[in-house]
Design a protein around this ligand. Structure first.
Ligand code: SF4
Length: 390
């Protein structure tokens, strides 16, 4: 079976990213609905299959420079440095990996010992995305995070000490417990001045421990206006410290935006390797099977199992609206996909007038850009501008 193969005639800028999914974690965080397993029985076989999948799908990105590699999960910091090295060598041998590629490893604080960090530097990993989420002990334990407050601080100091100059910290705010204090986390993270901060409002997904507690009435979500106040505080605080708010949940010091994630938001192609990984060829999407043993079996049979979603031009334009509005660049007013074009100003004159006159958005250089007030309801604004698809 053949997977996504990039049709380079449709792409103006030929750059791509590779995403590698490492579907293992030490324990399950109570809010998480990503694909992972806490059993590591098949860890070694799965790493081998990831390398095999990279070889099998090399034709997907022929002559397309790979500018970013992103190890996500799960918990990629469970990989040994030599496993990372061998995955990167496989990419280097079969793809046109740029010398200056951004290579990110998502990591949990408890894995980042000084020795491991030194080894990581030698593999070529040049960006760490550390899942700290909170520095407050009651919050960490409520989330069932595996690390301690002390490990969160220590790993940041150590990573900076061994020479990592591109570190991102993940925080989750909007925690519905009385002990939670957003200020504490913001002040603490700013002590370290990481180059990048991703701040996510807690969303409670149904297939999680928190989802079950919510259904049983053991938990209440925080009111919308409290979540909005928290978001405004995060934006104000980080912007006042020099961080650019370049995507709804992402803040970076100038020049330190995540190149890999910018690729997603700008509609660049990417190849997703590993169970549950998604791929995009500039036209269509593909989703690998989200099951570790099923994935291994399929690779052993010659090709990863996947589902493919053929996107219509209207669906692609809707994606452009949704993703564009999330970024500080906004979305172009005139959108085109293949032969199909869509002019937001002509199609939605009343909505645009409403958004601008009520300071939810502004129009600059033929782009619609959300204001801070608009970012609070970005999903609703995007949905109102979508092309209706049946
Ligand atoms: S470590 Fe990350 S992927 Fe694993 S359970 Fe926690 S949030 Fe989910």
């Amino acid at each position: 079976m053949k997977g996504l193969t990039l049709d380079i005639t449709n792409l103006t800028i030929l750059l791509a990213g590779i995403y590698i999914h490492i579907p293992f974690c030490k324990q399950a965080c109570h809010y998480c609905d990503f694909h992972f397993s806490t059993s590591r029985n098949v860890f070694g076989s799965l790493v081998n299959c990831i390398k095999e999948e990279l070889k099998l799908r090399r034709d997907s990105l022929v002559n397309i420079p790979v500018t970013t590699v992103y190890f996500g999960g799960g918990t990629p910091s469970l990989l040994s440095a030599s496993e990372i090295d061998s995955i990167l060598n496989t990419i280097g041998s079969h793809y046109d990996l740029e010398q200056s590629a951004e290579i990110t490893l998502e990591a949990n604080p408890d894995d980042l010992t000084r020795e491991y960090l030194h080894q990581l530097v030698r593999t070529g990993v040049n960006r760490l995305s550390i899942g700290i989420q909170s520095f407050q002990p009651p919050v960490l334990s409520w989330m069932n995070r595996v690390h301690s407050t002390e490990q969160a601080s220590t790993c940041l100091k150590t990573a900076q000490g061994v020479g990592f100059e591109n570190i991102s910290v993940d925080l989750i705010y909007g925690i519905p417990i009385p002990e939670y204090d957003i200020e504490t986390d913001l002040m603490k993270v700013l002590e370290f001045q990481p180059q990048h901060i991703s701040a996510y409002n807690l969303t409670i997904e149904s297939a999680t421990v928190l989802g079950t507690r919510l259904r049983k009435g053991l938990l209440e979500e925080i009111p919308e206006e409290v979540a909005a106040d928290s978001f405004l505080m995060v934006m104000d605080r980080l912007k006042s410290k020099g961080y650019l708010h370049y995507e709804i949940s992402n803040f970076a010091l100038p020049g330190k935006e995540s190149r890999h994630n910018l690729g997603y938001w700008n509609g660049k192609p990417y190849l997703g390797i590993g169970p549950s990984a998604h791929s995009f060829d500039g036209e269509n999407r593909q989703y690998n099977l989200a099951n570790n043993s099923g994935y291994i079996k399929s690779i052993q049979n010659g090709y990863p199992s996947f589902e493919r979603e053929e996107l219509t031009a209207e669906q692609r334009i809707n994606e452009m609206i949704m993703l564009g509005l999330r970024t500080s660049e906004g979305v172009q007013l005139y959108l085109q996909h293949g032969e199909f074009s869509w002019d937001l100003e002509k199609q939605n004159p009343k909505q645009l007038e409403y958004l601008v006159s009520n300071h939810f958005a502004l129009i600059r250089e033929n782009r619609l850009i959300l204001t801070d007030r608009g970012k609070l309801i970005a999903d609703r604004i995007a949905a109102d501008l979508f092309i209706e698809t049946s």
